[in-house]
Write a protein that binds this ligand. Structure first.
Ligand code: NDP
Ligand code: GDR
Length: 361
């Protein structure tokens, strides 16, 4: 039985990848951080009582900033594959916590690669690094592909740039089977609530159910190449099953502005929106009631922005036979459906006199 170790297993991608690898018959180990409240919502359904037989899903306490901890976990598991998905993954937050982001997202990758080397696992353990389209930053070329020059525009992207190159370097220097997946944005009903897509689908659902009045957003002009996370984890695995390690872009090849995502998501929740005005005065108006339900709040602007991302998945298609299956309309439908279910549950709770949780980001 193959063993995989996933950092970031409690995150969006970690949860889909764990499901995928369990289906493939792997023993799946994951690193979770100690928190003062439960943080394993996304993987709770995979968890079995450790006293049962044939437990193939095992969580270990750890942190990418803790060298000794990582070495001990890798030594104990002796994994065939490591998927390094753990990261402080919010671009805007990285401007507020740049040093921590560099430590977890940059040096954390080095710590794992060093663990492989220190433990003499160079020939056994294959390594996947969660690289990102944020590396492209300021537009140099579109669509962006494996050969497009990088120009990071945030502490997050700068830390991930270090991780990209240290992964390449350990491959070349020590012969480790190490790959970068340069993933463009990918979303799902499990996406964190403060990323723009989930913030929008959640607000569309809650506004349609009378639970929220307005949605405040930042840059509506930014364009992203949005895919479905469930599709992308298959490519992470495929990348580690080849004869030779290599780096691949994963994208849909279609780009959409935040504003258009808003329109599509609200339409899915039954609200027709039109936009009026420009810049910070732009507003989204409910065509039926005439109410302003979307406003721009400069609080969400970033000191430096990535305006346009559109990826070319040609190499992954050709060499790995990978094509994303879910398009943006289906993805939005999936996300709004889940958020409508949650919103309706909250309506029932409110009617029963209970308080429901609010999010302000
Ligand atoms: P999430 O934010 O959903 O998950 C991040 C995971 O990393 C969580 O499990 C989190 O734990 C964990 N984590 C954070 N800091 C640490 C730390 N110091 N030590 C150990 N674990 C830590 O991200 P996604 O699932 O969306 O993304 C997965 C990876 O792919 C990330 O590295 C991200 O940067 C990268 N990426 C994501 C893209 C996307 O569009 N989703 C696109 C390109 C790259 P906890 O649950 O405790 O917070
Ligand atoms: P991104 O995702 O920065 O691309 O990073 P995010 O969803 O945060 O932003 C996408 C774009 O939307 C604009 N935007 C807003 N963003 C947020 N979060 N909140 C808002 O209110 C808002 N209004 C407009 C942003 O300015 C931006 O242009 C994601 C993360 O998953 C990274 O970890 C990953 O590496 C990249 O995708 C690829």
């Amino acid at each position: 039985m193959k063993k995989a170790l996933i950092t970031g297993i409690t995150g969006q991608d970690g949860s889909y990848l764990a499901e995928f690898l369990l289906d493939k018959g792997y023993e799946v180990h994951g690193i979770k951080r100690r928190a003062s409240s439960f943080n394993t919502d996304r993987v709770d359904h995979l968890y079995k009582d450790l006293h049962e037989h044939e437990v193939r899903f095992i969580l270990h306490y750890g942190d990418l900033t803790d060298t000794g901890n990582l070495i001990r976990i890798v030594q104990e598991i002796q994994p065939d594959e490591i998927y390094n998905l753990g990261a402080m993954s919010h671009v805007k937050v990285s401007f507020e916590s740049p040093e921590y982001t560099a430590d977890a997202d940059g040096i954390g990758t080095l710590r794992l690669l060093e663990a492989i080397r220190i433990l003499g696992l160079e020939k056994k353990t294959r390594f996947y690094q969660a690289s990102t389209s944020e590396l492209y930053g300021l537009v140099q070329e579109v669509p962006q592909k494996e050969t497009t020059p990088f120009y990071p525009r945030s502490p997050y992207a700068a830390a991930k740039l270090y991780s990209y190159w240290i992964t390449v370097n350990y491959r070349e220097a020590y012969g480790i089977y190490a790959c970068n997946g340069i993933l463009f944005n990918h979303e799902s009903p499990r996406r964190g609530e403060t990323f723009v897509t989930r913030k929008i689908t959640r607000a569309a659902a809650r506004i349609s159910q009378g639970l929220q009045q307005k949605l405040y957003l930042g840059n509506l002009d930014a364009k992203r190449d949005w895919g479905y996370a469930g599709d992308y984890v298959e490519l992470m695995w495929l990348m580690l099953q080849q004869e030779e390690p290599d780096d691949f872009v994963m994208a849909t090849g279609v780009t959409t502005a935040v504003r258009d995502f808003v329109k599509m998501a609200f339409a899915e929740a039954g609200i027709k929106l039109r936009f009026e005005g420009s810049g910070v005065d732009e507003k989204g108006i409910d065509a039926a009631s005439g109410n302003v339900i979307v406003e721009v709040d400069p609080r969400y602007f970033r000191p430096t922005e990535v305006e346009l991302l559109i990826g070319d998945p040609g190499k992954a298609k050709e060499k790995l036979g990978w094509i994303p299956k879910v398009d943006l309309q289906e993805l939005i439908c999936m996300m709004v459906t889940k958020d409508l279910q949650d919103a309706r549950q909250d309506v029932h709770l409110k009617e029963g006199g209970f308080t429901v949780k609010e999010y302000n980001e």
